[in-house]
Design a protein around this ligand. Structure first.
Ligand SMILES: [Fe+2]
Length: 300
């Protein structure tokens, strides 16, 4: 795979419906600001607010366009330059450490698997529902915490699937690190986990990296797949702006990515994120939002 580029599909999710966190409020805010901007198209405060709402809604093309307009009006606006580059899939400028919380940098890799590989993985998943069990949280002493995490993971991941994802991720790792502005590091291993999120399930706001404790996760790589036609909505990835100085998040500023079939989303592990509730059949495993969750772990 030679190209890392934004998927047009991933940048144009369906309009938000009432299943996602504060979806109604976000939709109303987007509409209201859009109307106000018609009358004041060069109002930079309105532009900032509109771009922020658009990325919370997952309307990344609109957000990108708005940040570009803002950057034309204020050529030194750091966040506008940052997002304009990020959403165009070019390398974003480095934000000053004083700008906190930091918006999450990310990369989308469309068509991550070949069509026959994607189909094989889907077939394997649908044939192995029995492997999927309720997911736990915590690294050293995992426990059930359904208020935080309510979805399923594969209790066993076949070696071929692990090898396949480790090989593909290793192949694009230098490009990913350059794009995300992460210095090269020695990889200890790449963990690979199968997950399924059915109707009513979710994974609330959390972070995959804790202080200096092992495992030293550096990158989160999430590959999405599902059967067609898509039998669920929601299940969006909300990447929360995070204060990297104290690893806190305000929880109300984020970039939303809608799960696109056969796409991988990659972002640094030291940012908060969540899976919004899936709307679908809670009893039909085949209709789930499936994902392969991988972590690139540094050797220390
Ligand atoms: Fe996570």
């Amino acid at each position: 795979m030679n190209f890392i580029e934004a998927s047009p599909g991933a940048l144009n999710p369906q309009p938000l419906i009432g299943n996602s966190m504060n979806a109604d409020l976000l939709n109303k805010a987007e509409l209201s600001l859009f109307q106000k901007l018609k009358n004041a198209p060069e109002d930079t405060t309105l532009l900032v607010n509109y771009a922020e709402i658009c990325r919370c809604c997952g309307y990344l093309e609109k957000a990108s366009e708005t940040y570009r307009r803002l950057a034309q009006l204020e050529p030194d606006h750091p966040t506008a330059l940052y997002f304009a580059a990020l959403f165009e899939n070019s390398e974003p400028p480095v934000l000053s450490p004083e700008i906190q919380p930091k918006p999450v940098p990310f990369v989308i890799i469309p068509d991550f698997l070949q069509p026959e590989e994607h189909q094989r993985l889907l077939d394997f998943t649908l044939d192995h529902e029995r492997l999927y069990v309720k997911a736990k949280t915590g690294i050293n002493a995992p426990s059930y915490n359904p208020a935080l995490r309510n979805n399923l993971y594969g209790s066993k991941t076949p070696t071929e699937i692990k090898k396949q994802f480790r090989s593909l991720i290793s192949g694009v790792l230098p490009d990913l690190l350059r794009k995300l502005r992460i210095p090269p590091f020695e990889v200890d291993k790449i963990s690979v986990m199968l997950t399924a999120t059915l109707g009513g399930q979710y994974y609330r706001n959390h972070i995959d990296k804790k202080n200096s404790q092992p495992p030293h996760r550096v990158l989160n790589c999430v590959y999405y797949y599902h059967k067609e036609p898509k039998a669920f909505s929601g299940g969006d990835l909300l990447m929360h702006d995070t204060n990297l100085k104290d690893l806190q998040t305000p929880g109300n500023r984020f970039t939303r990515l809608s799960p696109q079939n056969n796409c991988m989303a990659v972002f640094p592990a030291d940012y908060y994120h969540e899976i919004s509730e899936v709307v679908g059949d809670p009893d039909d495993f085949s209709s789930a939002r499936f994902a392969v969750v991988c972590h690139v772990i540094e050797k220390k």
